[in-house]
Ligand binder design. Structure first.
Ligand SMILES: Cc1cc2nc3c(=O)[nH]c(=O)nc-3n(C[C@H](O)[C@H](O)[C@H](O)COP(=O)(O)O)c2cc1C
Length: 173
């Protein structure tokens, strides 16, 4: 039986959304955006940038809406976030914290200019409360040089391999 995967992402300016959409299509997964309770417009433009930066620097928790999909019905949730101030964007962290009890297995990716993927992915794993089955960081350079596809595929293959192993182990027990 095929594993059920849900790709969940937060995106302010569209890059993480594009990566998430490609991943979901490659994995044959469902997809959903993380939505904040406040209007998405408050993150846009120069003011939105500064607000987002301050939120990230102050570790201000975001107020996110509950997911539309039933998270507990999936074998794995893939969560994607942009890097803000060398950490994961607060809406993605808030979503992971709120859903951690419903998540069976998690895989994580981030999109970024250049720096901060490691602390961002660590923060996300901590918020999820479990070790990720696979992680991936896609930089602006990857997108520019078209190396993002190779990274995404490696990430997807690792996730599928690890899920298959876990399923085998569950059958043995
Ligand atoms: C408030 C803010 C802070 C950012 N901080 C970083 C950073 O520390 N390191 C980095 O490489 N990119 C940083 N970026 C760039 C974003 O991570 C990058 O452009 C990302 O791909 C945007 O994803 P999105 O289009 O899905 O919102 C920052 C962007 C914003 C808006």
């Amino acid at each position: 039986m095929q594993c059920r995967i849900l790709v969940v992402y937060y995106s302010r300016s569209g890059t993480t959304r594009q990566i998430a959409e490609m991943l979901a299509s490659e994995l044959g997964a469902d997809i959903e955006a993380i939505r904040e309770r406040r209007a998405a417009e408050m993150r846009l433009g120069a003011r939105g940038y500064v607000r987002s930066l301050i939120d990230a620097l102050r570790h201000r928790p975001a107020d996110v809406l509950p997911p539309l999909h039933d998270v507990s019905a999936y074998d794995a949730i893939v969560v994607g976030a942009p890097v803000w101030a060398r950490g994961a964007a607060p809406p993605a962290l808030a979503w992971l914290k709120a859903q951690r009890a419903q998540i069976r297995h998690v895989a994580l990716f981030c999109s970024l200019g250049a720096r901060g993927s490691r602390p961002a992915l660590e923060q996300m794993a901590k918020a999820a409360g479990k070790a990720p089955l696979a992680v991936c960081a896609i930089t602006a350079r990857d997108l520019h040089r078209h190396t993002d596809g190779t990274k995404r595929q490696g990430f997807g293959q690792k996730l599928r391999r690890r899920l298959a192993k876990l399923r085998e182990a569950e059958w043995v027990m």
